[in-house]
Design a protein around this ligand. Structure first.
Ligand SMILES: Cc1cc2nc3c(=O)[nH]c(=O)nc-3n(C[C@H](O)[C@H](O)[C@H](O)COP(=O)(O)OP(=O)(O)OC[C@H]3O[C@@H](n4cnc5c(N)ncnc54)[C@H](O)[C@@H]3O)c2cc1C
Length: 313
């Protein structure tokens, strides 16, 4: 038998966007329910140092997320360990069904299900994640001042990340499996002109190489896709830049998506095309993808939801 609970505001996701939305909607006396999903705390729980959260010169990602959760609870949000498996936005109250068997109905929904970086899927990549392997140059580039890095990928994000990393690194090697890039021509021109960037064409990453104690990257081994020959490229950091996957599965047939699956919102707001449904954070953002921008959008979503609900009263 399944139970049903009703809430004014249902927040789906427990990253910076979800927890910030929870703090704001709790302080607006909306008694929000927040569903954490399979990754309580979101993407920052899989990183180590975060150096760009204002007010914290350096904080471990998982610690920051524990503090956000405590903050949301202290303000009066109810944080629930559950996963939303289906969401019906066709009528109000909106209906969310969870893995636990619970059904949540809500007058307003804030979608904050985030995104996941695409990884190569190598065991060595997994091993060194946060210890020299990254999927975010904006987040981690600063750690590679005066060092050498490798970027894997061939699209816009790979080229942008490689160019951005030249601000810090002495040498950036871009490794791509094909003999041409998919990135926009203008980006390619900038890449080819940059003296710090070297390109290794027709090579696929086979393994990330590194040390055990301390855990750290020393290079990558890449295989020529035509000849099968392998080459080792020394580096201190390895950036995987093969795209992101927004977690928009729940709403893909109900809301407009763009730029490869990101939920479309009215510019300058978090309003989707369905009144009462708001979206925040990496789920809607293919450009910035930062904790602080996600938190900012979480705040906007709570304020938008509060205005929407009070406008109905
Ligand atoms: C390795 C790494 C390092 C990073 N370092 C930095 C950094 O130093 N600084 C920085 O600003 N940014 C950094 N980022 C980016 C930052 O983590 C993201 O921009 C931010 O976490 C996005 O927040 P979000 O709230 O939108 O979503 P996410 O953090 O992606 O959280 C999404 C949440 O939604 C939940 N969820 C998903 N589907 C469901 C469902 N069906 N039901 C219920 N819940 C669901 C998940 O469990 C998760 O809690 C890093 C990212 C990575 C991967």
């Amino acid at each position: 038998m399944s139970d049903t609970r009703h809430t004014r505001v249902l927040i789906i996701g427990s990253g910076p966007a979800g927890y910030t939305a929870a703090v704001y909607s709790a302080r607006a006396m909306l008694s929000p329910l927040l569903i954490q999903g399979l990754q309580p705390g979101g993407q920052l729980t899989i990183t180590t140092e975060v150096e760009n959260w204002p007010g914290e010169r350096e904080i471990q990602g998982p610690d920051l997320m524990v503090r956000m959760e405590e903050h949301a609870r202290a303000m009066g949000a109810e944080v629930i360990s559950d996963y939303i498996s289906s969401l019906d936005l066709s009528q109000r109250p909106f209906v969310a069904k969870a893995d636990s068997g619970m059904t949540y109905t809500a007058d307003a929904v804030i979608l904050a299900t985030g995104a996941q970086a695409r990884w190569l899927g190598l065991p060595s990549e997994e091993k060194f994640k946060g210890f020299g392997v990254s999927a975010c140059a904006t987040c981690d580039g600063f750690f590679y001042r005066g060092k050498e890095v490798v970027v894997a990928g061939g699209g816009n994000s790979a080229v942008e990340e490689a160019l951005f990393l030249t601000n810090f690194a002495t040498k950036v090697t871009l490794i791509h499996r094909r003999d041409s890039l998919r990135a926009e021509k203008i980006l390619q021109q900038r890449l080819f002109k940059n003296p710090k960037i070297e390109i290794l064409w027709n090579h696929a990453i086979e393994e990330v190489l590194g040390t055990e104690a301390p855990l750290g990257v020393t290079g990558v081994r890449a295989k020529n896709v035509h000849t099968g020959e392998t080459v080792e490229v020394p580096c201190d950091g390895f950036f995987v830049a093969i795209g992101h996957e927004p977690a928009s599965e729940l709403v893909k047939d109900q809301l407009e998506l763009h730029n490869g699956g990101y939920v479309k919102v009215e510019p300058g707001t978090t309003r989707t095309a369905i009144p009462g449904v708001f979206a925040a954070g990496d789920l809607t953002d293919h450009v910035y993808r930062q904790a602080v921008t996600s938190a900012g959008m979480g705040c906007m979503a709570a304020l938008d939801a509060e205005r929407f609900l009070s406008g109905e009263e």
